[in-house]
Design a binder for this molecule. Structure first.
Ligand code: Q6P
Ligand code: ZN
Length: 558
């Protein structure tokens, strides 16, 4: 990023934009340095994206037009700006925008070549609103869209997952990939039945992609403000994760906007900064851990900085905070969830059983009513600073039979007689397994908030190595990662990969999943319905559902 001296230009115009300010980056960076997180990261030098790279997502006419902006007079710049929406051109923005896109590409290079496992690019201007031939919403070049195209072109990456957790809809990313099945775009966004900026019909849940790309665009509209951690995590468990695992990406890109956090003047949501530790963690076992987060929005400096730190610390592999006292998803969130699942049931076998959505939910857009658009003085939100997260000196300790060597990086303890684990549940290895993990186990874990996770593996469980590793990785969302794995002595072969997962190494991909067996899906669904009266996180619909099933279902099919 670039800090020129204040010029006469700046004095005439500034602040043109009160929220998208340089301090977003300086304060984030200062805090990463002060907390010692920056020291644990590898710094990747930035470069300018080349014309050819920018053209991966933009038209030549648009690039040529932006190229002229550094030489324009203030008047010409104002004129140029007026053709777009909510974007401001400063004479140095073309240079900054090339660096922002270039930074995303440097990160993709570092991750794809294995120089680093994952990373985050702190950049301005952001990118997800900019379109092929138009700047929009503070964005000039679409950093993440360019990065996805670049990864496909340069590394032959076959499938890219883009997760846009910014609170605005990244319509630029959607338009770039709407007919492309090699890029799965997921976005949640404040929508309020089209009353919120950018007011697009294209942002609703039923816009699923076009032609070959049908099913590869997932929009989750938030129709109310004030969404909380539970609403976000519920959408991850019941929509994003099952679909992402079925898609099986080779690379994950995150449009990492933090205006979806509490205190943000744009988003007006109530999710706390530690939720980003969970969102990040839940994505870190996809694509063999190859994840690049690129900053988008986030306009409350306190909330932004805390959220950035939570994300970076999670990427570094530190245990995630406990998802303490989550509230059940609210009715409006459940309505959105139901609509999205239903709109995508034709495209994803993990959603095949989703119920149809009730038409009553999709209220017609009435247009902004008089007075509704005026700025409400959002009362200042306060929230506690996220507790300090500690890096444990030893990540994993093992108790092993005498003849087994201790894997590197682990500490070995000796046997104790009184190990008598309680076997809580059994899952059989079908492709229904992942369905049970996302549909039952993760939501139950989030709601229950255990202090310890005990994972018992029985011989002949049929669980494949990669599924086993995925399970260990995902369960580390709970109990500060305190996980006790119990293996049978005859499964010595599993010690190495179990230890690797406990140490936080990414799990191997599951390969593209087959459709789950109907019997499994039915059994899981019946169990979910039976339990959801007591466990609100299992809900996926907004209808009052107190249907109880008489039959006792056992999801273990032998
Ligand atoms: C918000 C524009 C318009 C108000 C209309 C990558 C980051 C962002 C940008 C938001 C632009 N507000 N009177 O962009 O999504 O946060
Ligand atoms: Zn935003």
């Amino acid at each position: 990023f670039y800090f020129g001296k204040t010029t006469s230009f700046d004095r005439q115009l500034f602040p043109a934009c009160k929220i998208e300010v340089p301090e977003r980056l300086t304060v984030s960076h200062e805090t990463l340095v002060r907390t010692g997180l920056a020291d644990r990261c590898v710094s990747v030098p930035v470069r300018e994206a080349t014309d050819a790279e920018i053209l991966l997502a933009h038209s030549e006419e648009y690039l040529e037009a932006v190229k002229k902006t550094p030489y324009m007079s203030l008047e010409d710049l104002m004129e140029f700006t007026r053709q777009y929406g909510d974007v401001y051109f400063h004479p140095n923005i073309y240079h900054c925008a090339k660096l922002a896109a270039g930074a995303a590409l440097q990160l993709v290079d570092s991750v794809m070549t294995g120089k680093v496992r994952n990373g985050m690019a702190l950049v301005r201007p952001p990118g997800h609103h900019s379109m092929r031939s138009a700047a929009n919403g503070f964005c000039v070049f679409n950093n993440v869209a360019i990065a996805a195209q670049y990864a496909k072109q340069k590394y032959g990456v076959q499938r890219v997952l883009i997760v846009d957790w910014d609170i605005h809809h990244g319509q630029g990313v959607q338009y770039c990939f709407e007919d492309d099945p090699s890029v799965l775009y997921f976005s949640w966004h404040r929508y309020e039945h089209q009353k919120f900026w950018p007011h697009l019909r294209d942002s609703d849940y039923d816009i699923v992609g076009k032609e070959k790309g049908a099913g590869f665009n997932i929009n989750v509209p938030w129709n109310k403000v004030g969404m909380e951690n539970g609403d976000y995590l519920s959408v991850f468990c019941h929509v994003l994760l099952p679909v992402a695992y079925e898609f099986c990406p080779d690379l994950v890109l995150v449009c990492a906007g933090f205006d979806s956090a509490i205190g943000d003047p744009e988003g007006e949501m109530c999710a706390t900064p530690d939720v980003f530790a969970h969102l990040t963690h839940l994505l870190m076992n996809l694509a063999g851990g190859k994840l690049c987060a690129v900053l988008e929005g986030g306009y409350n400096l306190t909330s932004l900085v805390q959220s950035v730190c939570q994300t970076v610390q999670t990427l570094l592999g530190d245990p995630v905070p406990r998802p303490a006292s989550l509230k059940s998803p609210c009715i409006s969130a459940l309505e959105s969830l139901q609509c999205v699942r239903s709109a995508h049931k034709a495209y994803w076998s993990c959603l095949k059983h989703a119920g149809n959505h009730n038409r009553a939910f999709s209220r017609a857009f009435k247009g902004p009513e008089a007075g509704e658009e005026e700025e409400k003085d959002a009362e200042e939100k306060v929230w506690p600073e996220p507790p300090k997260r500690v890096t444990p000196p030893v990540c994993a300790a093992l108790v092993l039979p005498d003849d087994v060597a201790c894997p590197e990086g682990c500490e070995c303890f000796s046997f104790s007689e009184d190990l008598d684990p309680l076997l809580a549940s059994k899952l059989s290895d079908t492709s229904g397994f992942t369905q049970a993990v996302f549909g039952l186990l993760l939501p139950l874990g989030y709601e229950y908030d255990p202090g310890l996770v005990v994972l018992v593996r029985m011989p002949d469980s049929g669980v494949s190595d990669s599924l086993w590793q995925q399970l260990i990785g995902l369960l580390q969302s709970f109990a500060l990662g305190h996980t006790l794995v119990v293996l049978q002595e005859e499964e010595k072969a599993l010690i190495g990969l179990t230890a690797s997962s406990l140490l936080g190494n990414p799990a191997a991909s599951l390969k593209q999943l087959q459709a789950p067996l109907t019997e499994d899906t039915e059994a899981i669904e019946k169990l979910r319905h039976r339990l959801q009266a007591d466990w609100k996180f299992l809900q996926t619909t907004g209808e009052c559902s107190s249907i109880t099933f008489e039959i006792n279902i056992n999801i273990h099919r032998s």
